[in-house]
Design a binder for this molecule. Structure first.
Ligand code: FAD
Ligand code: NAI
Length: 471
């Protein structure tokens, strides 16, 4: 094909990675096409991930709080009833509003949006199987593959998204299960387990490792989180393997076994959530037609500028290396377009925050204490409990703490770990501090408004290089 027939950039996948790259490319004046097969933009995050789960987390928290935590605040309420259908509708409204918003942004930034499934025919051509029928050929000078990820299946348990569910079924259950088993005590397991536990289900989390929270969470914080979630009514079976399951018309029985020692037990449930991680999704992409391969984890292999071995084809987001997080995908999207357009881009992988949206939230950025210890760097730790923070006290929401880890010699901040109210918002300050190479003293000598939760952050910094005032 002649160059004139080729778009400057063709993006496969309209999730966070793909849509952000498309908007950025449009802003840069590139002729850009984004192909998405789902029927709506926003990918996993907006349709079945971040957004619907946070809608349910927020409203289930309100429901739970109104039921259990009003009297001592001087609020007397009458009968509190759950209207699950309406709670789901509220979630759907958030999702549809946001996905349509992206379509609007596409129009505003001259992004051509094709609804359909794309597969490479050759190195500069994709064939799109259009959602409305028929086929279209799209040619590009550059490509970005942003096809995302899918739930890792659990061998021996067939997902029907009704009784044996991934997160996709777990955000759309039609009634509150009496008993729910969650396989995998990572972020999805704890967020969705919290939702259904608050709404009345008896939730048991079965985790293979000796600690909840999934990869990255600081041990001390994970232990604190488990204690608080247990108090909220979630049961944990750590160091436990699921061996298999029997599904009958009225219940699901799971055989579990202690990871060490082999003690067996059978657990019953109405709904089982499989949340043992996600894996890259590249099925049907025609990779074989262009000679691109994935590694043993299914990830497309790239260099530091997101290029595959075909340098005009780049890969970003969940289908390649790094944490499977929406904001990581977003950073990569901007950087990848900048590499194409300007020859340089930037993502600081050492400063990507993680947030678990339970109550209280857990958030962290940088290295956890286990990692710092392993690296051999001499370090110091400062902590500050929310029980000594005036705002948390006035809000009657004071469980948790801020923990800061800094280099003992230079005082440079290496990691920040928060469990507590609004931890997900507070971590932004930590991310900025790490991005700017701040020392704990830089943060501790910065004025923070009173009374705010952010003072706990400042005081944890003070405790790292010296002493906190209020603890
Ligand atoms: P995706 O969002 O998966 O998008 C890929 C898109 O490509 C999909 O829409 C797919 O239909 C499309 N596609 C695939 N193949 C083709 C093809 N051949 N042709 C056309 N289109 C194709 N992250 C956070 O940061 N914060 C959160 O709170 C959070 N909550 C989550 C909650 C849940 C329940 C889940 C499952 C995930 C959550 N995540 C969260 C992770 C986040 O959703 C992902 O990191 C993010 O969606 C990755 O974006 P992506 O664009 O790489 O992939
Ligand atoms: P995860 O990797 O966070 O946790 C999976 C957990 O399952 C781990 O603790 C692991 O040890 C355990 N596990 C693995 N195999 C097991 C087995 N056979 N039996 C019992 N336990 C087993 O994965 P999760 O929770 O599925 O989430 C996937 C990804 O989605 C996350 O890593 C994250 O990237 C993203 N996500 C992010 C959210 C956020 O940012 N708030 C929310 C939800 C998902």
């Amino acid at each position: 094909a002649s160059e004139a027939e080729q778009d400057d950039l063709v993006i496969i996948g309209g999730g966070v990675a793909g849509y952000v790259a498309a908007i950025k490319a449009g802003q840069e004046g590139m002729k850009v096409t984004c192909i998405e097969k789902r029927g709506t933009l926003g990918g996993t995050c907006l349709n079945v991930g971040c957004i619907p789960s946070k809608a349910l987390l927020n409203n289930s928290h309100l429901y739970h709080q109104i039921r259990h935590d009003t009297k001592n605040r001087g609020i007397e309420v009458g009968d509190v009833k759950l209207n699950l259908g309406q709670m789901m509708k509220a979630k759907d409204t958030a999702v549809s509003g946001l996905t349509k918003g992206i379509e609007f942004l596409f129009k505003k930034n001259n992004v051509r949006y094709i609804k359909g499934t794309a597969a490479f025919a050759d190195e500069h051509t994709v064939k799109v199987n259009l959602s409305e029928g028929g086929e279209e050929t799209v040619m590009g000078k550059n490509f970005i593959i942003a096809t995302g990820s899918e739930a890792t299946p659990f061998k021996g348990l067939e997902i029907d998204e009704k009784r044996i569910v991934t997160s996709t079924g777990a955000i759309a259950l039609e009634k509150v299960p009496e008993k729910m088993i969650v396989i995998g005590g990572g972020i999805i397991g704890l967020e969705m387990g919290s939702v259904w536990s608050r709404l009345g289900a008896k939730v048991t989390v079965v985790e293979f490792l000796g600690q909840i929270g999934g990869p990255g969470m600081d041990n001390e914080i994970a232990k604190a989180a488990q204690k608080i979630l247990k108090k909220q009514g979630i049961d944990f079976k750590l160091n436990t393997k699921v061996m298999g399951g029997d599904v009958t018309s009225d219940k699901i029985s799971l055989q579990v076994e202690a990871a060490k020692g082999g003690k067996e037990e059978t657990l019953d449930a109405d709904v089982v959530l499989v949340a043992i991680g996600r894996r890259p999704y590249t099925a049907g992409l025609g990779l074989e037609n262009i000679g691109l391969e994935t590694d043993d984890k299914g990830r497309l292999v790239i260099d530091s500028e997101y290029r595959t071995k075909l340098p005009h084809i780049r890969v970003i987001g969940d289908c390649t290396f790094g944490p499977m997080l929406a904001h990581k995908a977003e950073e990569e999207a901007v950087a990848a377009v900048e590499y194409i357009q300007k020859g340089h881009g930037h993502v600081n992988y050492g400063a990507i925050p993680s947030v678990m949206y339970t109550h209280p939230e857990v958030a962290w950025v940088g290295q956890n204490e286990q990692e710092v210890k392993e690296s051999g760097v001499k370090y110091k730790v400062g902590t500050f409990p929310f029980s000594a923070n005036s705002r948390a006290k006035t809000n009657m929401d004071s469980e948790g703490m801020v923990k800061m880890i800094a280099d003992e010699e230079t005082d440079r901040i290496l990691g920040i770990h928060i469990i507590g109210p609004n931890a997900g918002e507070l971590i932004a300050e930590g991310t900025l501090a790490i991005e700017y190479g701040a020392s704990s003293e830089d943060v501790g000598r910065t004025s923070h408004a009173h009374p705010t939760l952010s003072e706990a952050f400042k005081e944890a910094a003070m405790a790292t290089y010296g002493k906190a005032i209020h603890y």
